[in-house]
Design a protein around this ligand. Sequence first.
Ligand code: C5P
Length: 230
Amino acid sequence: MNWAIVVAAGSGRRMGDGVPKPYRLLGGVPILGRTLEIFRQSASFEEIVLVVAADAMNACRREVIAPLGMEDHVSVVAGGSERQESVCAGLEACRGRDDDVVLIHDGVRPLVTVDLLRTCLAKAADHGACVPAIPSADTLKQARPNGRIIKTLPRDAVWQAQTPQGFRLALIRTAHRKARQESFRGTDDAQLVERLGKPVHIVPGSRTNIKITCPEDLILAEAFWQQRRT
Ligand code: C5P
């Protein structure tokens, strides 16, 4: 069986106004609703665990989930102050068995495709852990906090990781438990599996699968959205 955890409990301050990112509109529908629609279209998931800010749970049920008619497919839980804690809350609420597969996805990546969801499910089932990623178009520099460059990273060896990231439930449960015990903070879920010494495989991501982080991203997302509809 396949399960999904969609995290959307971030405060979204970088958007610069009062509305948290998941609730900004994309094509007239909240970004988070757009994301959930793709998961529904894939018809691949037993249940979607949606992690939102504690004070947004009721509004989210009323304004995002009910209009989509997804009340029976989505269970809403409260997130934490950091993404990793929000994923932990989602994992605790996930009813899957250890050998089931879970996809963990940022609610603010509404341009994910059904194809990518299915590819990640298949790869995670085969290999235990996978991450969609794209090659870096820019040259990447490693630098000190003061801005002085330490070195240039070899571009053909670095990738920009996206979500959905797919895992066997036993593996990602263990990875998060260990990170919590050791107070380790990662920037994505795959990193927690990597530090167990377990292999994580890349699947081809997409340049349109952007994370809506700042106002410019929303302009891009609207353009991609319109293009997809034509
Ligand atoms: O913080 P970042 O931009 O990396 O957030 C990626 C995703 O993680 C977003 O969908 C955001 O809502 C979610 N998040 C969360 N809980 C937090 C912080 C971020 O669910 N405390």
